[in-house]
Design a protein around this ligand. Structure first.
Ligand code: ZN
Length: 343
């Protein structure tokens, strides 16, 4: 073998290798190329086989040329393999995408459970054609107590139960004050709800917190009765729990309603068979309701002989606790992200 032939053999093999690498698109093709060039019966091995035909004084140079080519082929194959593999450098991998890798989770904010219940209630009452009133958290004692027939001696007016700003202004203890403001507006008939924060000087425990939310509903018209109240409350709680519930009343005393009632619903979790949430009674107590007291109507200049009304005022946290089966009201206000992320 003369010098020209041996140099050409190495050059041509290198050229062939470079041409073939351009057509490689995956690991299988790469493996076939590797066998073709580096395998036991591959091209490079066969080039070494030609050493015996080379003159002694040129064997060294010819061998070095094949070794250079072998090194070149190995480096190129490794670089191609890296570009098909996970975990290689970003530069080699810029077009690589492994769809089996877990994605990146971006945590996004969402509504507080109490806000979710407020939104549910708003939707239910809008569908029932109620007007939604805002309200103020600082109230005067006339709207919060006097007009609601809560007498001067009533214990709820005590400074131990109510936050007083001055002798005539307080942080409202109930949303019922908005009933009075709505009736004072003189627009009749009335069909309103109002929701918002209320404040009481309660020591906090699993069911009490100094700040909480209430929903207040009021209907005043010429011909409304307890059946209408029952119907509205049934629609409301059926909407909240997403399944039919029944409403039950038990006579009770509230100064601003007559007759007044503690209101219960059939337990939506056990179909009245009894469970831990309803304490095996099959019913759950929700709050007060009743027909607006005639004196309350007179207090705002409405003739109780012409108009009647019904009202209810319930804690929204109480509804949220039932809906999401939470056993401690304080969890709503601790802002523990692990708790809040569950809703
Ligand atoms: Zn139950």
């Amino acid at each position: 073998m003369d010098d020209v032939h041996k140099t050409n053999a190495i050059k041509e093999l290198k050229k062939e290798f470079e041409t073939l690498t351009e057509g490689i698109h995956n690991k299988d093709e790469l493996e076939r190329l590797k066998v073709k060039f580096l395998g036991r019966k591959g091209e490079i091995r066969s080039l070494f086989g030609k050493m015996k035909d080379v003159a002694i004084e040129q064997k060294k140079e010819f061998g070095a040329g094949i070794n250079d080519l072998k090194g070149f082929v190995e480096r190129r194959l490794q670089s191609l393999l890296d570009s098909f593999s996970v975990g290689s450098s970003e530069k080699d991998n810029k077009n690589y995408c492994d769809l089996t890798l877990p994605g990146i989770n971006f945590s996004i904010g969402h509504q507080h459970p109490v806000t979710q219940v407020i939104d549910d209630l708003l939707e239910i009452f809008r569908s029932l054609n109620f007007d939604v009133l805002g309200g103020m958290e600082i109230e005067d004692t006339f709207h919060n107590f006097d007009a609601l027939n809560i007498h001067k001696w009533h214990p709820s007016r005590n400074a131990q139960d109510t936050f007083y700003l001055d002798p005539e202004h307080i942080l409202r203890t109930q949303t019922s004050a908005m009933q009075i403001r709505a009736m004072e507006s003189g627009k009749l008939p009335l069909r309103i709800i109002t929701m918002g924060r209320c404040y009481r000087r309660d020591a906090s425990d699993a069911t009490h917190y100094p700040v909480f939310h209430q929903i207040e509903g009021l209907v005043v018209d010429k011909n409304v009765n307890f059946c209408d109240l029952s119907g509205i409350l049934t629609e409301m709680m059926t909407g909240v729990f997403g399944k039919r519930v029944e409403v039950r009343f038990q006579p009770s005393y509230f100064p601003f309603v007559e007759p007044g009632a503690e209101t219960f619903i059939s337990c939506p979790f056990c179909n009245q068979k009894g469970c831990s949430i309803c304490q095996n009674t099959g019913v759950i107590e929700l709050g007060g309701s009743g027909m607006v007291h005639p004196q309350v109507l007179r207090n705002v200049g409405i003739d109780p002989k012409v108009y009647r009304g019904f009202a209810f005022g319930w804690g929204i946290e109480r509804i949220a606790m039932l809906k999401y089966q939470i056993n401690d009201i304080r969890l709503f206000y601790e802002n523990n992200i692990n708790f809040l992320e569950q809703f």
